[in-house]
Every structure is written in C-alpha cells, then in structure tokens.
Design a protein around this ligand. Structure first.
Ligand SMILES: *[C@@H]1O[C@H](CO)[C@@H](O)[C@H](O)[C@H]1NC(C)=O
Ligand SMILES: *[C@@H]1O[C@H](CO)[C@@H](O)[C@H](O)[C@H]1NC(C)=O
Ligand SMILES: *[C@@H]1O[C@H](CO)[C@@H](O)[C@H](O)[C@H]1NC(C)=O
Ligand SMILES: *[C@@H]1O[C@H](CO)[C@@H](O)[C@H](O)[C@H]1NC(C)=O
Length: 301
C-alpha cells in the first residue's frame, strides 16, 4: 500500500497485467469520484476561467487564463483583418483593384441567395461607358446625374493608353476600371463589356446595367429613366433573326454543336439588363469562348 501511495501511476500500470483485487478497484473508484467532484466544484467556482489551447512551434500547450483579462490575440483585434459587412459592401464600390480578368469574373459571378439585405440598400443603376478616350459628352451627363447621388454608379472602360485624370468635381472622377485594348468586331470588344459588367456586379446595390458609348446622350431626365428601369421586368437586349449575308450568313458550321443554326441571332452590342442576366453573361463558359476562338481565326471552337 505504501508503494501505491507514493506512485499510484506505477501501481496502476502494474495492476493492468495482473488480476485486479476488489479493494484496489474500489480505492481507484474513490479517487476517481473525488477528482470528478473537485473538478465540478472548481468549474463552478472559477467560471470565469477560460481554456486556451495553443500550438507553438509544433508543440501543444494548454493554459488557463481568466476571461476578464484581455486575451493576447495578435491578429483578431487589429484593424486590418477585422472586416465587417460595411467595409465589404463599401469596398465593392471602389473600382481600383488589380484583379486579373479571370479573378474578376470569378469574384463577380458570386451571388447571394438570401434576397433580403441585412443593411439599408438603395438599388442603383450602373451606367457603363465603353469609350476610346474621355466621355466626350461628359458635361451633358454631369447635368443628368446632378442631384441623384446614391442612385447610380458609373464605370468607364477607356483605352488603356488614355490616362488623363478626370477633374475631382466630376462624376467620372476615379470611375475608370482597369482596361485592355478594344478593337471593333473583335473578341476584345465582348471582353471589355464583360469586364464592365463584372466590375459593376461587385457592387450589390447595382440592380440594372446600362452599356453606353462615348457618344450616347440621355433623352429623358434621371428620375424618369431610374423609375422606368427599376419598375421594368424586361431586359433590353437586341436579338433578331436576319436573313442574308450579314445575319444568317455569318453563322459558321464550325460553331456547331455548341451554337446551333437555329440559335443564331443578330443584334446591337448595346444593352440594358438586370442583375440576373448580367451574372449569366459574365459566367458564360460555353458560348463566349466558342465565338472568341472563331474570331481569333481558329477553325473549331
Ligand atoms: C481601428 O480603426 C479606427 C478608425 O479607423 C481607429 O479609431 C481605431 O483606433 C483602430 N483600432 C486599432 C486597434 O488599431
Ligand atoms: C495585387 O496587389 C497585391 C498587393 O499589392 C499583390 O499581392 C497581388 O499579387 C496583385 N495581383 C495582381 C494580379 O497583380
Ligand atoms: C423628369 O421628366 C418628367 C417627364 O418628362 C417630368 O414629369 C419630371 O418633372 C422631371 N423631373 C425633374 C426632376 O425634372
Ligand atoms: C416605379 O418606381 C418608383 C421608384 O423606384 C416609384 O416611385 C414608382 O411609383 C414606381 N411606379 C411607376 C409606375 O413608376
């Protein structure tokens, strides 16, 4: 018994091999109950103690610390890693990013499945300008947007060589998205449109997406256009079947079977669409890559 008291662990090991006498079993049970009771008492008494399991240089260490003292957590309390919803939503309206097209499209293809916003949200119209240089009719647009801040967002895709800054008072100031060279009738044109859509989709408040050229002018005032678009259940995308060489004639058998002859339509590149369709456009991995390959001179898509 003396031996057991001095080193209960050694005794336990010894007893695993031999038969366990009833007395010993009872004494272990007694120890166990005492330990358990002590544990429960301590637990209730020091409710304010918290456990911390840390992995340091590959070694585990357990220590307790009263939770009334601030825990020494390095990153969690610092501002940089503490991104709330507000920051996340506001940052989305900033067009200055350095994402590649692939990264941008992937990021923009995400869509919340919960329809209700957990914050105050005013739906906006995204006006997306596809230009070569500056927005030529900017003064007219300035007048159009005046007094309607918060109901629109502006995105400009101009030639990458154009880098004249917009004056700070302008609604176009800081609204130029990272762009690439565009050639009419080339896949780069569609890429630019997808880039504009993707940038605009990053902002969850944008509900309607209007593609405009540098020579477009508004024919109605802002409130008329805003309520017309917001109340509309339609998308305004031109697509019609045109017999003759510039319509049906442009269909290539090499597009088959991805694009079938009966699916082929002609239409203008300018559009106005809602968020659902815009997400479909930028997420398309079937039709655009096919058209893009043929436009680049590949024989098959
Ligand atoms: C976090 O940022 C806010 C405002 O930007 C500042 O007031 C606060 O002191 C910062 N906190 C820490 C822990 O850096
Ligand atoms: C964007 O900027 C960050 C930080 O400067 C850098 O780590 C990242 O590699 C950049 N990404 C691209 C695609 O240039
Ligand atoms: C906008 O145009 C509509 C119709 O032309 C007109 O009724 C309305 O008063 C105009 N709104 C403003 C703010 O000028
Ligand atoms: C359309 O929407 C506006 C604001 O979004 C609202 O005031 C108006 O009543 C709606 N209906 C019509 C027919 O314009």
């Amino acid at each position: 018994m003396k031996n057991q008291n001095q080193n209960p662990f050694a005794a336990a090991v010894k007893h695993i091999n031999g038969p366990l006498p009833l007395v010993n079993l009872l004494s272990w049970f007694f120890f166990f109950v005492c330990g358990l009771t002590l544990g429960i008492i301590l637990c209730f008494h020091y409710k304010s103690f918290s456990f911390n399991l840390q992995l340091n240089n590959g070694q585990f260490s357990i220590f307790t610390s009263p939770s009334t003292l601030p825990l020494v957590t390095n990153e969690i309390t610092s501002n940089t890693s503490h991104v709330g919803l507000k920051e996340y939503v506001e940052r989305a309206n900033n067009v200055a990013h350095n994402m590649t097209d692939e990264e941008l499209l992937w990021r923009a293809s995400m869509t919340p499945r919960i329809q209700e916003f957990p914050f105050h949200n005013v739906p906006k119209v995204a006006f997306m300008f596809l230009t070569r240089g500056p927005v030529l009719l900017a003064p007219l647009w300035e007048k159009f947007f005046k007094g309607h801040k918060g109901l629109y967002s502006i995105y400009v895709h101009s030639d990458p060589s154009f880098n004249e800054p917009e004056p700070e008072f302008s609604v176009f100031h800081g609204r130029r998205i990272p762009s690439k060279k565009v050639e009419w009738g080339h896949a780069s044109m569609i890429e630019a449109e997808r880039r504009l859509l993707a940038n605009a989709l990053l902002d969850f408040s944008n509900q309607r997406f209007v593609l405009l050229s540098e020579t477009c002018i508004p024919l109605y005032n802002f409130s008329t256009i805003y309520s017309y678009l917001m109340n509309s259940t339609q998308n305004f995308v031109e697509a019609y079947d045109l017999p003759g060489p510039v319509g049906r004639g442009r269909y290539s058998i090499h597009m088959s079977p991805i694009i079938k002859r009966r699916q082929w339509r002609k239409g203008s590149q300018w559009f106005e669409m809602d968020r659902d369709l815009a997400i479909e456009v930028i997420s398309d991995r079937k039709y655009f890559p096919c058209i893009s390959k043929l436009l680049q001179g590949f024989l098959l898509c």
